[in-house]
Design a protein around this ligand. Structure first.
Ligand SMILES: C[S@@+](CC[C@H](N)C(=O)[O-])C[C@H]1O[C@@H](n2cnc3c(N)ncnc32)[C@H](O)[C@@H]1O
Length: 256
């Protein structure tokens, strides 16, 4: 399944070119499994109704929960987005944010940020979050590793969730994978001591790479996914589960 359509360099709210791979083409980063929501192939911009589509952030329909980036080099000032200072969790590549909206509703004592590069998907975070009147959820449309490295304040997150990132199955595209040998250091710099990284994928070779880089990272040790979290399925995960496609999980924790 092709998971992405439009590169972030064309992103609303991100009118700059970031160092990142282009969005996967069919047969590259996206899923090739027949029948898994083929409708997503053309999803990129389609969540915004005709007539409301726009290429400028100012014309997004009331993007209340979406963070407008005034700087791409200064870390976010979290107090500008959340009225209550409380533990922060981040989902990278949050898709349509159904998982994150669910989690934010269950945990009003935490703040959540969803990061996603596709407009059509991050707009759903905004819509669902506003519908649920969530004051503890925000979305940022940007590339995930850039967000981790430059925008998330150091040691500010209690958990980072990465669920079903694009697997880039061809060997020559492995360099585009989000979870690579650089990722644990970026995650460790963003997490508080004892902070967690939760990983899920349906791609066994990518899972092997994920666990290899985290097992080798001196900043992390193996942890567990709490039962409540384990019971919450993401949107893609529900589809895989419905089709009997096995998924894999791992959790790591930074050293205290
Ligand atoms: C397969 S979907 C999974 C979505 C969601 N996590 C789930 O499990 O339902 C992967 C998502 O990550 C987004 N994505 C892929 N690479 C990204 C990157 N480097 N930065 C931000 N978002 C990215 C894609 O646009 C897509 O929405």
């Amino acid at each position: 399944m092709n998971r992405s359509k439009r590169p972030a360099s064309q992103a609303i709210g991100a009118p700059f070119s970031l160092s990142q791979p282009a969005a996967p083409k069919p047969g590259e980063g996206g899923r090739e499994r027949a029948g898994v929501k083929e409708s997503r192939l053309n999803e990129g911009h389609s969540a915004i109704p005709e007539g409301e589509r726009s290429d400028t952030a100012t014309r997004l329909p009331n993007p209340f929960l979406l963070v407008t980036l005034h700087s791409i080099v200064e870390p976010l000032v979290l107090s500008q987005f959340f009225s209550t200072s409380q533990p922060l969790e981040v989902e990278l590549g949050c898709g349509d944010a159904s998982f994150l909206v669910d989690l934010a509703q269950r945990h009003p004592e935490k703040n959540f940020i969803g990061v996603e590069r596709l407009l059509g998907r991050i707009t759903k975070l905004d819509r669902k979050g506003r519908r649920a009147a969530l004051a503890n959820l925000r979305g940022v449309r940007i590339e995930s590793s850039y967000f981790l490295q430059y925008l998330l304040p150091p040691h500010s997150a209690h958990a980072i969730h990465v669920y079903f990132p694009d697997p880039w199955p061809k060997k020559r595209h492995h360099k585009n994978r989000l979870i690579n040998e650089r990722f644990p250091a970026l995650a460790a710099a963003a997490l508080v001591p004892g902070g967690k990284v939760y990983l899920r994928t349906d791609d066994p070779p990518y899972f092997a790479q994920m666990t290899e880089v985290f097992d080798a990272a001196k900043q992390f040790r193996i942890s567990e996914t709490p039962a409540e979290l384990a019971g919450l399925l993401t949107d893609f995960e529900k589809e895989f589960s419905a089709r009997g496609i096995k998924t894999l999980r791992a959790a790591y924790q930074t050293m205290d």
